[in-house]
Design a protein around this ligand. Structure first.
Ligand SMILES: O=c1ccn([C@@H]2O[C@H](COP(=O)(O)O)[C@@H](O)[C@H]2O)c(=O)[nH]1
Length: 241
């Protein structure tokens, strides 16, 4: 049964399986418990492996977030979202900056897929971007302002939630509905390397702020012991869930 109700959803961590092949991704997945976390298949892994990696993860019992961030004309995006839903993924996303028509068309297409329970969310401003990156695009605004604008557009277009930074969750909760999912990458435990992420938060701060789901990759997958790294994150979150 695909989980849509946060109140009973304890699986708040989504492990990003950013690997170059099926073997490494499935070795990592084999160390995870599908009853305790979800997994994310992104552009690198999907481009290398195709739908078979999603099938394998489903067979192992995982809910899969297919993070391909579709961004194209409405028809093309909607058909890609349909293909994802027909694979049975738990969540799929599009870029909110693709606009209202694109998102509404994708939503409508998803409704046509029999039995699809797939969550459809919009990416707002990538967590690797800061104000100066938006300025390069001609947007003279703080990331929060642009995230808010795209969040409201995404909600008005009928999607289930957004990807944003956990830093934006508290102000966003004041303007979007309580059921609107806030999915937050850029999560860094206190001692973790930041890498290319800019708008970051610790796991416990993100949950306290009101994030629904935490997307975590390298702090787990690049750790000497991924199992221990995830266990430490789970221990940090346990009192909050
Ligand atoms: O704004 C965004 C949207 C997606 N991501 C993805 O999340 C993970 C984060 O991985 P880390 O290794 O924990 O940095 C990665 O797969 C990104 O593609 C994001 O980081 N920010």
């Amino acid at each position: 049964m695909i989980e849509k109700n946060m109140s009973s959803d304890k699986k708040r961590v989504i492990v990003a399986l950013d690997y170059p092949n099926q073997k490494q991704a499935l070795e990592m997945a084999a160390q995870l418990d599908p009853a305790r976390c979800r997994v994310k298949v992104g552009k690198e892994l999907f481009t290398r492996c195709g739908p078979s990696i999603v099938e394998s993860l489903h067979t192992s019992g995982f809910d899969v977030f297919l993070d391909l961030k579709f961004h194209d004309i409405p028809n093309t995006t909607a058909k890609a979202v349909r293909a994802a839903a027909e694979m049975g993924v738990w969540m799929v996303n599009v870029h909110a900056s693709g606009g209202r028509k694109m998102m509404e068309t994708a939503r409508n297409e998803l409704e046509q897929v029999n039995g699809a329970n797939t969550l459809l969310i919009g990416v707002t401003v990538l967590t690797s971007m800061e104000r100066s990156d938006l300025a390069d695009l001609g947007l003279d605004v703080d990331p929060l302002e642009h995230v808010k604008r795209l969040a409201l557009l995404t909600e008005a277009s009928g999607l289930d939630g957004i990807v944003c930074s956990a830093q934006e969750v508290t102000p966003l909760r004041q303007v979007v509905g309580a059921d609107f999912k806030l999915v937050t990458p850029g999560i860094r435990p206190a001692d973790a390397e930041v890498g290319d992420q800019k708008r970051i938060m610790t796991p416990s701060d993100a949950i306290t702020a009101g994030s629904d789901y935490l997307v975590i990759g390298r702090p787990i997958t690049k750790a000497d012991s991924p199992v221990d790294a995830l266990a430490a994150i789970d221990a940090e979150l346990a009192p909050l869930l």
